[in-house]
Ligand binder design. Structure first.
Ligand code: COA
Length: 257
């Protein structure tokens, strides 16, 4: 697929996608199709071990393309299951996705960041779900993911008022893993991605699977699933290499099998 609204780039074993649709990156259908295509290809590529999404430098993403939706009727949105395919495809990626947020991440922009596994925020980052001001509600996971991340009361307030949360507030409430200076966001994200690409790849995939279960199943089921994944990793050469390297006081070299 030829990409017009995103720029894909591979750095080492990290697959990067940078949104590139003007200054605000409104999420048009075409942009979302390209983004999904690039991420799914990275996810299927055995050379890639971690993925990264960057938005704009001053605005991460202004959310769903309102101008594209302005004439939409219920039947159009429902028949096309608007945002369903992209949401499912990104959610199904097995490798970790890290994102770095600079400036406002609003509506679908906030939801895109929340689809990622780790958010590093610059000091200028802002998060908001302002769809209520347009007569709609979030439709790419905002009511679910923001609530799981920051709790019901705060999520309810954010969605009902459309107010924006600062980077500091987002960190204090568990939405982002770290806040760094704006000019360090990209290098911090890439440092993290590089570190993850050097971890044992099968254990990385198992970890993402296990941690995601924490939000979806009962504690008992989650604990059992974690334990079975833990047991299964004893079948890998990387487990033998990791433990042997520890005993021999050397750096382990993980090969993904
Ligand atoms: N979809 C389509 N167009 C958008 C857009 C969106 N989500 N967000 C902004 N635009 C357009 C504006 O209509 C404007 O178009 P124009 O040049 O034809 O007038 C242009 O982008 C610039 O917007 P502006 O608001 O002047 O830019 P800004 O830098 O002052 O503010 C934002 C940037 C992102 C803070 C602001 O545009 C905004 O709040 N956007 C809406 C966010 C939103 O409601 N998202 C939820 C969508 S469901």
């Amino acid at each position: 697929m030829a990409y017009e609204h995103i720029v894909p780039k591979v750095a080492g074993r990290a697959g990067i996608v940078t949104l590139a649709r003007g200054k605000l990156n409104p999420l048009s259908k075409d942009l979302l199709t390209e983004l999904t295509d690039a991420l799914v290809k990275y996810d299927q590529n055995p050379e890639i071990r971690c993925m990264v999404i960057f938005g704009g430098d001053t605005v991460y993403c202004a959310g769903a393309d309102i101008k594209e939706m302005v004439e939409s009727a219920f039947a159009d949105a429902f028949a096309a299951d608007s945002f369903g395919a992209v949401s499912d495809a990104i959610q199904s990626c097995r490798k970790p996705i890290i994102t770095g947020v600079l400036g406002p991440a609003l509506g679908g922009g906030c939801e895109l960041a929340m689809m990622c596994d780790i958010i590093i925020a610059g000091e200028s980052a802002q998060f908001g779900q302002p769809e209520i001001n347009l007569g709609i509600i979030a439709g790419i996971g905002g009511t679910q993911r923001l609530t799981r991340a920051i709790g019901k009361a705060k999520s309810m307030e954010m969605h009902l008022t459309g107010r924006r949360m600062t980077a500091t507030e987002a960190e204090q409430n568990g939405l982002v893993s770290r806040v760094v200076a704006d000019d360090e966001v990209k290098s911090e994200v890439m440092k993290l991605a590089d570190l993850i690409t050097r971890q044992p790849p099968l254990a990385v995939i198992a970890l993402k699977e296990a941690i995601n279960r924490a939000e979806e199943v009962s504690l008992r089921e989650g604990l059992l699933h974690e334990r079975r994944l833990f047991h299964s990793l004893f079948a890998t050469n990387d487990r033998a290499e990791g433990m042997q390297a520890f005993v021999e006081k050397r750096t382990a070299v993980f090969k993904g099998h």
